[in-house]
Unconditional design. Structure first.
Length: 258
């Protein structure tokens, strides 16, 4: 079996895949804690395996993707102490199977690299991916398997937290669907603004990327907040909550010669 781990600013995701299928057998999240030691993360990983009644000894390959550098080392050490194999770090230095058409390929986030690999392996090209977490990241991938560029804007929860913290009269709210686009009380107005506003942002990004490339694109959304937003967009957006993990699976297979 194959273990993949993605370190994000808010959560660390773990997925266990069968050797023959990128679709995870399980997909779990824990909170990203920059103060945790390798031992503490090892306890978390061992607990996840125990809860799913799987032995870590069954893992034959593993990969890690990270946008939080100071967590990468302790988590990698934790993984290698629990499972009986080395851990591949996703970066632009490995064999990606696609090219990156940006000013500095090394500046592209490891999560983006994995999303792209997942999209190429699972969906028709050209494709636009939206990864909706702490930031909302849109990536354009051409038919020639080239990353044409990336767009980054504040994430849904980041925007909501900023709104509540920067104003005296606006509360913190949950992401429940608004009754209507036109809000008639403060909470519904905020929900409508963040959900329809972000969905409209996605529609606008899709239209501009398709206009610039002259191509009709497959659009895929991933990340913990994508199910709250994507259904409200006017474009067809496919939801794939484990796209990034499938990308790491594909990259691990490619770099192990399988």
């Amino acid at each position: 079996m194959i273990l993949t781990a993605d370190i994000g600013n808010t959560n660390i995701c773990f997925a266990l895949h069968p050797d023959y299928d990128p679709e995870p057998l399980f997909f779990e999240r824990i909170h990203t804690n920059r103060e945790k030691t390798a031992l503490e993360y090892a306890v978390d990983i061992a607990t996840i395996f125990r809860l799913h009644d799987v032995s870590p000894a069954e893992v034959t390959a593993s990969a890690i993707s990270s946008v939080v550098p100071n967590v990468t080392k302790p988590l990698k050490e934790a993984m290698e102490s629990v499972i009986p194999c080395d851990v591949l770090e996703i970066s632009s230095d490995i064999d990606l199977g696609y090219s990156i058409h940006v000013d500095d390929p090394h500046s592209v986030g490891h999560d983006i690299l994995s999303d792209v690999a997942g999209a190429i392996s699972q969906y028709p090209l050209p494709v636009i991916t939206f990864d909706m977490g702490t930031a909302t990241v849109a990536t354009m991938v051409s038919e020639e398997k080239m990353v044409e560029g990336v767009l980054i804007c504040p994430g849904v929860r980041t925007s909501l937290n900023s709104l509540a913290q920067s104003t005296s009269a606006l509360p913190s709210i949950s992401l429940e669907p608004p009754k209507t686009a036109i809000g008639r009380n403060t909470v519904d107005s905020m929900r409508s603004g963040i959900i329809y506003g972000t969905a409209g942002l996605m529609d606008g990004i899709i239209e501009r990327m398709e206009e610039e490339t002259g191509k009709k694109c497959t659009v895929v959304a991933t990340g913990g907040l994508s199910p709250f937003i994507a259904p409200y967009a006017q474009h067809e957006i496919l939801l794939d909550p484990t796209l990034l993990m499938k990308g790491m699976y594909a990259l691990l297979k490619r770099n192990s010669g399988e």
